[in-house]
Design a binder for this molecule. Structure first.
Ligand code: KG4
Ligand code: ZN
Length: 359
């Protein structure tokens, strides 16, 4: 299927065209600079910027893919979870395009897109490692951090096994970076500084690690960094700063991996797939692979391009639904919450309350 994907749920305006698993075009307009001075995404600014850029981004994606609207089999758009005003821009445009071109319109849950991004074949990236269902998805981004059992590409084949009780991992990176005056987004900067730091250099206690729970918690770790800074003052651009970043990062990576490995063992899954912006983290990719290998589990690390927000993953998730005849034209439901249910002891449970990224 040839599908146009549109993504405007947070701070990236993105459009892409895919053909099967091949990404024909992948255009991402990032708003990072717009929000940088506020240290986080400002919803009102995000919506306005999407409105400015959504049309040129879609036109570029179609042009680069040498695809005319009439040639599409479907149009896919992120309709949840995300910032309401931001989602609305993409959804409105997608509805207009689908109506004018007489194409099926499919709504996509952004988290499903992330969890399937491992299958995408980007032009310039190495071919993706072969992955088959079922697998354990570890999604860690700025807005969400959770573990999923993925039995297939449809939302009803995916269930959440555990999520963060408070901050998302990326959010913790961003907040700690803000506190240390390192700018926004914090993940890449802390990742870089941590490479030259001692991960045991600062006495920071680990995030909640109750053995039987698959929930994450990162706000305590953030508070510990805050407390340390309160006692010792802000480190300059020196070894102490690098040690602090390395220690913080080690705690985050270990927490993500410990819970992911526990979930994989509990579900009897031999493969863990990383997804989301934090999956770009060098320590999570390298140390994570070693920790998984030691337990006989394969850690699949998608290309950097696939990890961060993009519309190719939305097109791919939409294609899976469209291939089974889904068409949401006329009744596309938008929501700040994910559609993926949380697993209860008895089986599939209530819809989870994934929250949009906080400021
Ligand atoms: O998935 P994403 O692009 O957007 C959301 O849906 O949230 O993730 C963005 C998040 C930000 O919080 C950013 O700090 C984090 O991913 N991030 C990283 C790295 N690169 C981006 N976190 C840790 N290490 C990185 N290298
Ligand atoms: Zn995302």
């Amino acid at each position: 299927m040839r599908v146009l994907g549109i993504e405007t749920s947070c701070d990236e305006t993105a459009a892409a065209v895919i053909l099967g698993d091949r990404v024909l075009s992948d255009v991402v307009h990032s708003q990072v600079r717009l929000h940088a001075e506020y240290g986080g995404v400002v919803p009102e600014l995000a919506s306005r910027d999407h409105l400015r850029n959504v049309r040129p981004v879609i036109e570029q994606a179609l042009a680069e893919a040498e695809t005319r609207l009439e040639e599409l089999d479907a149009i896919a758009v992120t309709c949840r979870p995300g910032l309401s005003g931001a989602l609305l821009v993409g959804v409105q445009v997608a509805q207009g395009l689908a109506w004018a071109a007489h194409k099926p319109l499919v709504g996509v849950d952004h988290l499903v897109g992330h969890l399937l991004s491992v299958f995408l074949r980007f032009e310039e990236a190495a071919a993706p490692e072969p992955v088959s269902y079922p697998y354990l998805g570890l999604l860690a981004s700025g807005g969400h951090t959770a573990l999923y059992r993925v039995d297939g590409p449809l939302p009803e084949q995916i269930e959440e096994l555990g999520a963060t009780r408070d901050d998302a991992a990326g959010e913790a990176y961003d907040k700690v970076a803000k506190l240390l005056g390192l700018g926004y987004p914090g993940g890449p900067v802390i990742d870089r500084l941590a490479r030259e730091g001692n991960p045991e250099g600062i006495p920071l206690s680990a995030p909640m690690q109750r053995r039987d729970s698959l929930e994450f918690s990162f706000s305590g770790l953030k508070t510990n960094v805050m407390r340390w800074v309160g006692e010792h003052g802000l480190p300059g651009n020196d070894q102490t700063l690098r040690d602090l970043c390395a220690t913080f990062q080690r705690r985050v990576v270990d927490s993500l991996m410990n819970k992911a490995l526990a979930a994989a063992a509990r579900e009897g899954l031999g493969t863990i797939v990383l997804a989301g912006g934090v999956a770009a983290n060098s320590e999570l990719r390298q140390r994570g692979s070693r920790l998984a290998e030691a337990r006989g589990v394969r850690l699949v690390v998608p290309s950097l391009r696939a990890c961060t927000d993009n519309a190719a993953m939305i097109a791919f998730a939409g294609a899976a639904r469209a291939a089974r005849g889904a068409d949401d034209s006329g009744q596309l439901e938008m929501s700040p919450h994910t559609i993926l249910p949380r697993k209860t002891r008895k089986g599939r449970g209530a819809r989870s309350d994934g929250q949009p990224r906080s400021q």
